[in-house]
Design a protein around this ligand. Structure first.
Ligand code: FAD
Ligand code: SIN
Length: 533
């Protein structure tokens, strides 16, 4: 079946929904989403959105904190744009109905690692759920927007898919839509549109332990790469220092805001250790804290460290962190006001992705990227806490404005005839064990060899194995009818390979990329993004 819209949005997290609401003023919009519409990383965001909302704060301070956490690789122009446009975007969210937590009428600003002042706007410890709720409510009311749940985008439609012979110039590619698996009807549809936004979020499930929900399998990066878009900085995978130990998959996050509230990291013997690693102690940026925990665990042979809140008022902890308190108590039988929380790091966020300019434009005509899938330059080698939701808000707004203009200019041009999805020569495989086995293999390799601490030897070993897996998966993909599991596996294998390739290129330690073979930063050779195309 063929669906025609003016704008096609892949993903229903904060980036996709914010963009859709804005471009819907200019034309019809389809939002494609893998599962139920709220299921996204956004929906699980706890800490909040960083923005300059108080007189104690300033743009310069937020810019400096972002640049310093980004370890020399942030693009200053993107950071300035994000920081300066952030407050207006937050006010827009409030106008749309997002209820942030207030104290005596004023926004209650929390603190997280790497921030020099309190600047985290939040809705208790369920900020993402509140944002997602309000945006979806506005989307539901909009006559120009249609949401397609349980639809999985497989590949972007470009010159490669045009009927008839065509010479493909890789420097001049256009995107006109996507092939999408309708999971309910079990068929692949064509969604044709003048403008396409990739807003498919992160890729946490390339790793064995991650805070990300199951949707985060790097589909947008993989689709864009296959279509010919430039990808960058995939080596910078952020590990969140504090997830509840042994809490299953995905790992349950204990927000950094808990440390911002005064919780302290200790070894299992109760010894504070962060002072040995950074003067900001438990509130140092995430790369430093995650690496410190990893070092302590390896040195001592322990399974976890402890996050101690026992010196804090139990009433305040329950009031500020009701979701964390209740989940720990009911699901994990742990009263965090009475016992310290056993924690370990887990893969959390991808700083790299589809390279965009300051208006969300990728290197492909008509293809925009926003949110975690994109590489706008604001995070550099390490993302400052709570800058992710902010980045998605600011750049989805800019992308919406630019897309509307692009649409105005090109809406009368003819979109070429696109081939139907071709599944000839494929069959329904019974071999699902291959998919689950390959997926686990990728996750284990990435966790063991491409994690918080890397080395040449580990990366080379990971690369050799990943190339084999990727070839195996591609062969299997070519002869098998597509399913969600297979689409995700193919994308995870590709993203894992891209992460390793980028990591192998960076022969220094910087931000989230730490290797025992090159312990120092090397500005002479590596003060630049790692591009793959
Ligand atoms: P997402 O919100 O992940 O949305 C992606 C969407 O794309 C989903 O709807 C998904 O179903 C869909 N999708 C994916 N692949 C496909 C496909 N092939 N076809 C169709 N649809 C697809 N950041 C902060 O700034 N502050 C925080 O407090 C914070 N807390 C966090 C807590 C947790 C537990 C996690 C996991 C992340 C947190 N982050 C936080 C990071 C932040 O939540 C994400 O980076 C951000 O929400 C990403 O938004 P997004 O719109 O880009 O993607
Ligand atoms: C958290 O609440 O610790 C997550 C914040 C973030 O990822 O920015």
């Amino acid at each position: 079946m063929i669906h025609r819209f003016d704008f096609l949005v892949l993903g229903s997290g904060i980036a996709g929904l914010s963009y859709a609401l804005k471009v819907a003023l200019n034309g019809t919009v389809a939002i494609i989403t893998k599962k139920e519409k709220a299921e996204s990383n956004t929906n699980y965001a706890q800490g909040g959105v960083a923005a300059v909302m108080s007189s104690m704060d300033s743009y310069d301070m937020h810019i400096d904190d972002t640049l310093s956490t980004g370890a020399g690789l942030c693009h200053r122009d993107s950071v300035e744009t994000m920081v300066k446009e952030g407050p207006a975007r937050l006010r827009e969210l409030m106008d749309l109905g997002v209820a942030f937590t207030r104290k005596q009428g004023e926004l209650d600003l929390g603190r997280e690692g790497g921030h020099s002042v309190n600047r985290i706007v939040h809705a208790k410890d369920l900020t993402g759920r509140e944002i997602e709720r309000a945006l979806l409510a506005r989307i539901a009311e909009h006559p120009n927007i249609q949401v397609f749940e349980n639809h999985v985008a497989i590949d972007l439609i470009t010159e490669h898919h045009v009927v008839g012979e065509r010479v493909i110039d890789r420097t001049n590619i256009h995107c006109w839509g996507a092939y999408v698996l309708d999971e309910i009807r079990n068929r692949v549809d064509k969604f044709i549109a003048r403008v396409v936004l990739v807003a498919t979020g992160g890729l946490g499930h390339a790793y064995l332990h991650t805070t990300n929900p199951l949707i985060a399998t790097g589909d947008g990066v993989a689709m864009s790469y296959r279509a010919g878009a430039t990808i960058a900085n995939m080596e910078f995978i952020q590990f969140h220092p504090t997830t509840l130990y042994d809490s299953g998959s995905p790992s349950f996050l204990i927000s950094e805001a808990v440390r911002g509230f005064g919780a302290v990291l200790k070894t299992v013997d109760g010894e504070e250790f962060m002072q040995r690693y950074d003067k900001r102690e438990s509130l140092a940026p995430r790369d430093i804290v995650a690496r410190a925990i990893d070092t302590e665990l390896k040195k001592r042979g322990d399974d976890c460290v402890l996050l101690d809140l026992l010196h804090l008022s139990a009433v305040s902890v329950k009031e500020h962190f009701p979701h964390i308190y209740n989940t720990a108590l009911t699901k994990f039988k742990l009263d965090i006001t009475k016992e310290p929380i056993p924690v370990v790091p887990a893969a959390h966020y991808s700083c790299g992705g589809v390279v965009t300019d300051i208006d969300g434009r990728s290197s492909i005509h008509g293809l925009y990227a926003c949110g975690e899938v994109s590489m706008t330059g604001v995070h550099g080698a390490n993302r400052l806490a709570s800058n992710s939701l902010l980045e998605a808000l600011v750049f989805s707004d800019r992308a919406a404005k630019h897309s509307a203009a692009f649409f105005g200019k090109h809406s009368n041009e003819r979109i070429p005839e696109i081939k139907d999805w071709d599944e000839s020569g494929t069959f329904n495989s019974e071999e699902w064990v291959l998919i689950s086995h390959n997926r686990k293999e990728i996750q284990q390799i990435m966790w063991d060899y491409v994690g918080i601490v890397r080395s040449d030897l580990r990366l080379e070993r990971a690369y050799r194995r990943m190339v084999l897996i990727q070839n195996e998966v591609e062969t299997f993909y070519k002869k098998t009818k597509v399913t969600e599991g297979l689409i995700e596996l193919r994308n995870l294998a590709l993203c894992a390979t891209l992460i390793i390739r980028c990591a192998m290129k960076r022969k220094e330690s910087r931000g989230l990329h730490f290797t025992t073979d090159y312990l120092e930063r090397d500005n002479a050779h590596f003060l630049s993004d790692t591009l793959v195309d």
